[in-house]
Ligand binder design. Structure first.
Ligand code: ACO
Length: 436
């Protein structure tokens, strides 16, 4: 953290003493005003629910320029990573700070593939769920359960242990997601096949059965790998901040990641891909492209509580760069599968075009986010809609654990403990029950 020569001065209209606050500069992006001593100096807290103007930590992993629509992992633009690298190279980059060379890639791939199996007891844990349980409910439970399998062997103060926890999580998430899927459809679990690529192995565990040979399609494998890269990290979003806050108490890292899975589930965050596809289905059922105008009218009517899912973002005030790449992948996958005329894709393109020309969306800088097209790709691959957010969780796990390990590795980290503006009753006395 580099201190700026400029300082911020906070003054009070009631003549209270001015407070000088240090400013720090990052390598890119807005400077930050350091308010850590503000309470000690003034007896006041800052108020920023929703973290609209608050940097919650220092990080060197991911950078977003929301106005330009730019996303960088460790300095590399997402477009270059998505076209030149695979997901495991991206994981190496996020975890260790650099892209692997050939030997490092081989070693890293071997390390991850060594951990793809889960403890055989996990299937009994799964059996406790209803068959119709939502996959994200199952995933929250399963990832939390991993903490029971690796509790005594995980000392979060030991960097090597933190690294092993990261590798285990990256390796086991596809196995768990596929198991959750197989459980809900009543098919046998497929063990991982380590000769396959990360994405290929996931496709195998999802769609193979013991009675037939399953051949991984290279186009679908590449598309899924790209989905994983695009979702791998996104700086201090809600689920990552949840993982950091949860982990800041020194808890078991698998438990902290389970908290991230729970947060991601919500429709304002990772659940948006499922919600976006359901929205497209609903418009299609109501009459398709001809009904877009009516739908947009509803979205603009605030009392309707209807949102254009897959549109808008807290940080991007421009086209989400991941949405562009996802749209490209969407076209590739649909072509490969002979679904060029997929009505939902056509509907999505028409909806996007109309929204991007509408004053409501233009003035609020609402553009498609990654979730607008990812559902169509996943559906074409054969992934059922309720599993979409679990795929997101699988991919985001590397980001969560990289951010968690970055925090714990920082000797200055403290337990996260926000404060509040209290609006409740002042102190009062409990009355005997007969007098209440
Ligand atoms: N449809 C219609 N109106 C919208 C949308 C939308 N998708 N998104 C934002 N707006 C409107 C808001 O109503 C608000 O209007 P107002 O100024 O008239 O009150 C204005 O745009 C600003 O929006 P906020 O809700 O204040 O923006 P915020 O940063 O809090 O929310 C969010 C961002 C949650 C992503 C929001 O845009 C949204 O709900 N989008 C739909 C869900 C979605 O796609 N989420 C995925 C996010 S990306 C991810 O997690 C991978």
């Amino acid at each position: 953290m580099k201190a700026s020569e400029t300082k911020a001065t906070l003054s009070f209209s009631n003549g209270g003493q001015n407070v000088e606050l240090p400013i720090y500069k990052g390598t890119m992006g807005p400077d930050v005003i350091d308010i850590r001593k503000l309470y000690a100096q003034t007896g006041m807290f800052t108020y920023d629910p929703g973290f609209m103007s608050t940097a919650s930590c220092e990080s060197a992993i991911t950078y977003i320029d929301g106005d330009k629509g730019e996303l960088l992992y460790r300095g590399y633009p997402i477009e270059q990573l998505a076209t030149n690298c695979d997901f495991l190279e991206t994981c190496h980059l996020l975890l260790y700070g650099e892209l692997p060379n050939t030997t490092q890639k081989t070693d890293f791939t071997k390390l991850v593939t060594n951990h793809t199996m889960v403890n055989e007891q996990m299937q009994f844990f799964l059996r406790g769920f209803r068959r119709d349980a939502h996959p994200m409910a199952i995933m929250t439970g399963l990832v939390g359960a991993l903490s029971a399998f690796y509790h005594d062997s995980t000392d979060i103060n030991n960097p090597k242990h933190r690294e092993i926890a990261a590798i285990r999580l990256i390796a086991k998430m596809p196995t768990l997601v596929a198991m959750a899927y197989k459980y809900t459809i009543g098919q046998p679990y497929m063990y991982p096949k380590n000769e396959l690529s990360y994405a290929g192995n996931f496709l195998h565990m999802m769609f193979a059965t013991p009675c037939e040979e399953y051949k991984v399609s290279p186009v679908l494998e590449r598309a899924l790998d790209r989905i994983f890269i695009l979702h791998a990290d996104h700086e201090q979003n809600a689920s990552t901040s949840t993982v950091r806050l949860c982990g800041s108490s020194g808890t078991n890292p698998f438990a902290a990641i389970a908290a991230g899975v729970a947060c991601l589930w919500g429709p304002a965050h990772g659940g948006a891909n499922e919600a976006a596809l359901n929205m497209l289905h609903d418009i299609q059922k109501a009459g398709g492209v001809d009904k877009i105008g009516e739908f947009i009218k509803q979205v603009k009517d605030k009392s309707s509580n209807v949102k254009l899912m897959g549109f808008g973002h807290r940080v991007y005030k421009n086209y989400d760069p991941r949405a562009k790449l996802m749209q490209e992948t969407c076209k590739e996958v649909l072509n490969e599968l002979g679904l060029e005329n997929d009505p939902l894709f056509k509907l999505a393109m028409a909806l996007e075009k109309i929204a991007l020309e509408d004053e409501y969306f233009v003035s609020r800088k609402l553009y498609p986010n990654v979730d607008f097209y990812s559902g169509i790709v996943q559906r074409a691959i054969g992934i059922p809609v309720p599993l979409f957010t679990a795929i997101f969780a699988l991919a985001r796990t590397v980001g969560w654990i990289a951010q968690l390990n970055e925090m714990i590795g920082d000797p200055e980290y403290k337990i996260g403990r926000p404060r509040q503006l209290f609006e409740g009753s002042p102190k009062r006395d409990v009355q005997p029950i007969a007098q209440r």
